[in-house]
Design a protein around this ligand. Structure first.
Ligand code: NAG
Ligand code: NAG
Ligand code: NAG
Ligand code: NAG
Ligand code: NAG
Ligand code: NAG
Ligand code: NAG
Ligand code: NAG
Ligand code: NAG
Length: 298
C-alpha cells in the first residue's frame, strides 16, 4: 500500500515537472519584461502620482511593485491591479506572457485601442476588470480560450459590434458586465449555455432582443438588457434593469409572477400597452420605474 502511494507521489512529481518544462521558457523574468512592456505603453505624464514610473524599477523585485501580487507557490505574477491609477496608454501583447495571471484589473484608467489577441494565452485568468477605460473594437471572440473565467466587466468602454457567440461557451462565467458600451444586435442564443451565470448587465447599449434560451438560466439573479418573452422562468431574479433601452412591445404579465423580484426598472423605452396589474401586487417589490414609455394605465 505504501509503495503504491509512493509511486503516485513520484508520478505526480514527474507530471508536475513535465508541466513546468512546458513553461520553462517563462519565469518571473518574463513577467518582469511583460510589465515593463506595459509601462513603456503608458504615457509618463499620465502618471502624475508616480504610481508605476519610479516604483516599477528593475532594481526592486517584481513582486514588490505596486499593483502586483505574486502567487507564493510559483512565484509568478498572479494579480495585476492598477485600477484608479489614472494612466493613459495601450495594452501590449506581452501581457499575454503573464501565464500565471488570475486577475487583470485595469479599472478607471484611460487605456485605449484594442485588446491584443495574445491575452488569449492567459489560461488561468478568472477575473477581467477593464471597466471605465476607452477601449475600442469588438468584444474579443478569443475570450473563449479563457476557460476559467468567472467574471468579466467591460462596462464603460467603447466596445462596438455584436457580442460574439463564442464567449458564451465559457461554462465558469458567473458575472458579465457589458453595460455602457456601443454594442448592438441580438444576444447570441448560446447564452443559454451559461448555467452558472448569476448576473448579466447589458443596459445602455443598443440591444434589441434577448433569445428565449435565457429561460434555461435558473441561477440568474440579475438581468439587465431587454425583455425576454419567457421572463417568467427567471424565478430567482431579484432585479431587472432595462431602463434606457430600445424596448418595444408590452410588459409581459409573467413579470408579476416572479416571486423574488425587488426592482423593476423599465423607464425610457418604447413600451406600450397596459401596465400589468400583477406587478403592483408583488410582496418583495420595492422599486418600480416606468416613466417615459407609451404605457396606458391598468
Ligand atoms: C528566467 O529564464 C532565463 C532563461 O530563459 C534565465 O536567464 C533567467 O535567469 C531566469 N530568471 C529567473 C528569475 O529564474
Ligand atoms: C513600490 O510600491 C510598494 C507598494 O506601495 C512599496 O511597498 C514599495 O516600497 C515601492 N517601491 C519603490 C521602489 O518605490
Ligand atoms: C512575450 O511576448 C512577446 C509578444 O507577444 C513575444 O515576442 C515574446 O517572445 C514573449 N516571450 C517572452 C519570454 O518574453
Ligand atoms: C475615475 O477616477 C477619477 C479619479 O481618478 C474619478 O474622478 C472618477 O469619478 C472615476 N470614475 C468612475 C466612473 O469611477
Ligand atoms: C468553445 O466552443 C468552440 C467551438 O465549439 C471550441 O472550439 C472551444 O474550444 C470552446 N471553448 C471553450 C472554452 O470551451
Ligand atoms: C463593473 O464595473 C462598473 C464600473 O466600475 C461597476 O459599476 C459595476 O458594478 C461592475 N459590475 C460588476 C458586475 O461588478
Ligand atoms: C451552446 O448552445 C448551442 C445553441 O444553444 C448548442 O448548439 C451548443 O451545443 C452549446 N455548446 C456548448 C459547448 O454547450
Ligand atoms: C421555462 O420553464 C419551463 C417550465 O419550467 C420549461 O418547460 C421550459 O423549458 C423553460 N424554458 C427554457 C427556454 O428553458
Ligand atoms: C394579487 O395577489 C392576490 C394574492 O396573492 C391574488 O389573489 C390576486 O389575484 C393578485 N392580483 C393580481 C392583479 O395579480
Amino acid at each position: 500500500m505504501e509503495r503504491i502511494t509512493w509511486f503516485f507521489m513520484v508520478c505526480g512529481c514527474c507530471m508536475a515537472s513535465l508541466a513546468m518544462a512546458a513553461h520553462s521558457n517563462r519565469n518571473l523574468t518574463t513577467d518582469q519584461s511583460a510589465l515593463l512592456a506595459l509601462k513603456a505603453r503608458i504615457i509618463s505624464t499620465s502618471d502624475p502620482h508616480n504610481m508605476i514610473f519610479t516604483n516599477w524599477s528593475t532594481t526592486t523585485p517584481v513582486c514588490s511593485w505596486v499593483g502586483i501580487t505574486c502567487a507564493a507557490r510559483h512565484l509568478r505574477v498572479a494579480v495585476l491591479d492598477i485600477s484608479y491609477f489614472g494612466l493613459t496608454g495601450t495594452v501590449p501583447p506581452e501581457l499575454g506572457n503573464l501565464s500565471f495571471l488570475v486577475e487583470l484589473r485595469l479599472t478607471n484608467n484611460s487605456f485605449h485601442g484594442t485588446l491584443p489577441q495574445e491575452l488569449a494565452r492567459l489560461r488561468r485568468l478568472k477575473y477581467i476588470g477593464l471597466e471605465y477605460n476607452k477601449l475600442t473594437g469588438t468584444v474579443p471572440s478569443w475570450f473563449e480560450s479563457l476557460s476559467k473565467l468567472e467574471v468579466f466587466n467591460l462596462s464603460g468602454n467603447k466596445f462596438s459590434g455584436s457580442i460574439p457567440a463564442a464567449i458564451f461557451n465559457l461554462s465558469s462565467l458567473q458575472i458579465i458586465d457589458l453595460s455602457y458600451n456601443q454594442l448592438l444586435g441580438s444576444i447570441p442564443r448560446e447564452i443559454g449555455n451559461l448555467t452558472k451565470l448569476k448576473e448579466i448587465y447589458l443596459d445602455r447599449n443598443n440591444f434589441i432582443e434577448i433569445p428565449n434560451d435565457i429561460g434555461a438560466l435558473d441561477q440568474l439573479e440579475i438581468l439587465s438588457g431587454s425583455i425576454p418573452s419567457n421572463i417568467g422562468n427567471l424565478t430567482q431574479i431579484k432585479g431587472i434593469d432595462l431602463g434606457s433601452n430600445y424596448l418595444t412591445g408590452t410588459i409581459p404579465h409573467e413579470i408579476g409572477h416572479l416571486p423574488n423580484l425587488e426592482e423593476l426598472l423599465l423607464e425610457m423605452n418604447n413600451l406600450n400597452g397596459a401596465i400589468p396589474s400583477s406587478i403592483f401586487n408583488m410582496s418583495k417589490m420595492t422599486w418600480i420605474t416606468l416613466h417615459r414609455n407609451h404605457l396606458s394605465e391598468i
